[in-house]
Design a binder for this molecule. Structure first.
Ligand SMILES: [Zn+2]
Ligand SMILES: [Zn+2]
Length: 160
């Protein structure tokens, strides 16, 4: 990694720094993500929660309903309410929204998911795997990322 990626909300109250590359980058075209962002998809950088260093502010959690009856915890700037990251079940893994990076162009999706609800005018590159729904993490993630994931899972289990 050349230099640490930094980002934040619109008003500047929340600033963060990623202390390593993400585990994996999901571009999600599901209807939940479309609704939450008001846009065509979300770009989620999956990364260990302790590798998201907060430089300023304290994002506030808000549980947002999803179509399947579950909820998703989204963390927003308490001032301008921009969503900077979320979590799906496991608090050890953050889904940082790549559009909040200072330089979003430094991130490219590793996979496109939920393409069954992809907006029809979006053309995906042939070079990136794409799935109608989700994918097998073990089959797609690089070995180093799987090792990092196993490490945080082990930590989480010992807490239980
Ligand atoms: Zn803000
Ligand atoms: Zn989604």
């Amino acid at each position: 990694m050349s230099s640490p990626r930094e980002g934040g909300c619109a008003c500047g109250a929340v600033r963060y720094r990623l202390t390593s590359d993400p585990l994996f980058v999901n571009c999600c075209h599901c209807l939940n993500c479309q609704r939450q962002t008001g846009s065509a998809f979300v770009i989620n950088m999956l990364i260990e929660a302790d590798r998201v260093g907060l430089l300023a502010g304290k994002p506030q959690p808000r549980d947002v309903p999803r179509d399947d009856g579950s909820s998703q915890r989204i963390f927003r700037c308490p001032n301008c309410q921009v969503a900077v990251f979320s979590e799906y079940g496991r608090p050890e893994v953050r889904f940082v929204r790549a559009g909040t990076l200072d330089r979003p162009s430094t991130i490219t999706p590793d996979v496109h998911i939920f393409t069954r609800s992809k907006l029809p005018w979006i053309t995906l590159p042939d070079s990136v795997p794409a799935f109608e729904v989700y994918y097998d993490t073990k089959a797609l993630w690089p070995a180093a990322s799987l090792e990092r994931l196993a490490a945080i899972m082990a930590t989480g289990d010992s807490d239980a």
